[in-house]
Design a protein around this ligand. Structure first.
Ligand code: PMP
Length: 351
């Protein structure tokens, strides 16, 4: 890995961050707060939230096998994705390399930040070839994006290939593990001390059942987290979200139960889906969704919409011709989907 300073935009390296009232006050327990121009009424929402979410990070760290200083919390992992561009990529000069197909926000954030986005196709089974990916990098490549389990294909990328990328790339490797709770593969977030050039993304939106509170996590070495903290909005995670996340951490056994149920359903739904007349192929999944190739994805998608059932039509995504992406729902929801597809008549477009 290059020295961190060479990877960070010079203006960000030199940035003197905004210092909020809540940043500046450290010391004994105080009871009179006249420092932040807040309203003294309407507790507890009159107060600004903790800018660094210390309590939440202290509770999360042992659960995730990292130190509190190795955690960034943001408004969804989408905030972390945007921040890595703003911290590391000089617009019009630097580039990033990502697998394809993959989660769409990496490219959107690259475009917003005017950073060249190079994509490297996975093979037809959505497997990663580290050498091919590395060949697309050059001296101005600051970041590589890997997503494992990958969206929309659902599969884990081969761990050895990921390690090959990490060990041979001179910049930073962002490993998006949004769906790792559904996978049996060892996650990378516990290997931050071994691999100083990785940034691992997790989220409360999937296994934790909390997409509505908008809370994403990035795990990286302390110096990188320090850069995130410098660039983020001062109070980027609101009080309600911090409270609700703490409640979810206390309910983590419910989360484990949800994951077990979803994994069991995943196996059953995928097996039943493979038997459908319209199904050509179900791709293996390590996530809470699966990708399936069908005969006439557009027609089937439209038919399901008419039945009030929404799946994701991925048929215009590279390597995903005629593919639908199906999220695992409750047993009842999954039965509705399968029932509707069993009565679908292709020649009539389901009419
Ligand atoms: N990464 C991946 C791979 C995703 O699929 C998603 C959401 N679809 C996200 C990140 C964004 O998650 P969040 O809700 O935390 O912004």
């Amino acid at each position: 890995m290059k020295p961190l300073q060479q990877l960070v935009r010079p203006n960000i390296w030199a940035l003197k961050p905004y210092s909020s009232a809540r940043d500046e006050y450290h010391g004994a327990e105080a009871s009179v707060f006249l420092d932040a121009n807040e309203n003294p009424y309407n507790t507890p929402y009159n107060r600004y939230p903790d800018p660094l979410q210390s309590e939440l990070k202290a509770a999360l760290a042992p659960l995730k096998g990292v130190r509190p200083g190795q955690i960034f919390l943001g408004n969804g992992s989408d905030e972390a994705i945007d921040l890595v561009f703003r911290i590391f990529c000089e617009p019009k000069e630097d580039n990033v390399v990502a697998i394809a197909p993959t989660y769409g926000m990496y490219k959107v954030c690259a475009d917003i930040n005017n950073v060249v986005y190079r994509s490297v196709l996975l093979d037809k089974d959505f497997a990663l070839d580290a050498d091919k990916l590395l060949a697309a990098t050059d001296d101005r490549t600051k970041l590589v994006f890997l997503c494992s389990p990958n969206n929309p294909s659902g599969n884990d990328l081969d761990r050895e290939e990921i390690i090959k990328v990490i060990e041979n790339f001179q910049g930073l490797v962002v490993i998006d593990e949004a769906y790792a709770d559904f996978s049996a593969q060892k996650p990378f977030r516990t290997e931050l001390d071994k691999y100083p050039n990785i940034i691992v993304l997790n989220t409360f939106s999937k296994a934790w059942g909390s997409a509505g509170i908008r809370l994403g996590m990035a795990f990286a070495q302390e110096e990188i987290i320090g850069l995130f903290n410098k660039v983020k909005y001062p109070y980027n995670v609101n009080q309600l979200t911090q409270q609700q996340a703490a409640e979810m951490l206390a309910r983590r056994f419910d989360v484990d139960k949800w994951v077990r149920v979803l994994l069991r359903e995943r196996e059953q739904v995928m097996a039943a889906f493979a038997e459908l007349e319209v199904c050509e192929k179900v791709f293996p999944s390590d996530a809470n969704f699966f990708l399936a190739k069908v005969t006439g994805a557009d027609e089937i998608y439209a038919y399901l919409v008419r039945q009030g059932i929404i799946v994701r039509n991925r048929s215009r995504v590279e390597l995903c011709g005629d593919c639908l992406r199906v999220t695992i729902g409750t047993p009842q929801e999954n039965s509705r989907l399968l029932g509707a597809l069993r009565t679908y008549k292709a020649e009539e477009g389901g009419r």
